[in-house]
Design a protein around this ligand. Structure first.
Ligand SMILES: Nc1ncnc2c(CN3C[C@H](CSc4cnccn4)[C@@H](O)C3)c[nH]c12
Length: 227
């Protein structure tokens, strides 16, 4: 079973359109779509926005639906200057920029007995890179930082870049990375850029959410053929 996770309805819908939904299971105030694609069993859901919701849905996919890998598809704000709206990025690892226990001498993003960074699955990332090469698509890879905030300020964006060496910003990957690390499940995260995470990002986000969601969804479907 492969878990396909998104945060927002708009991110999931273009994927659902390409798979054969067999059953919809209502659980934990959410809907889980059991589907087939290319003779593979999938469980798909959007978690709702944020770290707690995405961690909850990832855990349910793994524990209740027996997902053996989690693939995230969605949009992100750009931190690296060379990332433009519509560009694709995969996470090498994820982190949580809104964790601050520095008063106790810990680094930003660190919870005692846990990790700052959660590694993404290298074999899934190499499949993504070979798919991008085959389709002649630009695909960046880098650290993606999460926090329960929509980032729309250059100052905050630059702080996250300096503190975590992040290339993109969103609100779920760091939490899902933590769940997959905890349960020893391979994690892959693909994002298409929807905004600059600077002043005015909210306007861009509204304008490009649907289009960038489709870019990520289309690539994910191509990936599923190779897994
Ligand atoms: N600049 C940014 N900062 C933080 N995260 C992001 C993202 C990625 N997603 C989109 C969405 C924004 S919040 C939302 C969206 N619509 C309505 C309500 N909340 C949330 O799931 C995180 C894209 N750009 C980002």
């Amino acid at each position: 079973m492969i878990g396909i996770l998104c945060a927002m309805r708009e991110e999931l819908e273009p994927i659902l359109e390409e798979v054969e939904v067999k059953e919809v299971v209502e659980y934990g105030k959410n809907k889980f779509y059991l589907a087939k694609f290319d003779n593979k069993d999938l469980v798909l859901a959007y978690s709702k926005i944020g770290k707690v919701n995405s961690a909850t849905t990832a855990t349910i996919m793994i524990e209740k639906f027996k997902a053996k890998k989690i693939l995230f598809s969605g949009v992100a704000g750009a931190i690296d200057e060379d990332l433009k709206i519509g560009d694709l990025i995969i996470a090498t690892k994820t982190c949580q920029h809104d964790i601050d226990l520095t008063v106790f001498g810990y680094p930003y993003g660190y919870i005692p007995e846990s990790e700052v960074y959660f590694e993404c699955d290298k074999s899934l990332n190499s499949i993504a890179k070979s798919v991008a090469k085959k389709l002649n698509l630009k695909l960046k890879e880098g650290i993606i930082a999460s926090g329960d905030q929509f980032i729309h300020s250059k100052e905050k964006k630059e702080w996250i870049k300096k503190t975590f060496n992040a290339s993109a910003i969103e609100m779920e990957g760091g939490a899902v990375g933590c769940v997959c690390f905890t349960l020893n499940i391979p994690f892959f995260m693909l994002r298409a850029i929807s905004d600059s995470a600077e002043e005015g990002a909210g306007i861009d986000f509204d304008e490009f959410l649907e289009e960038s969601s489709k870019v990520s969804a289309k690539f994910l479907i191509e990936m599923l053929k190779e897994i």
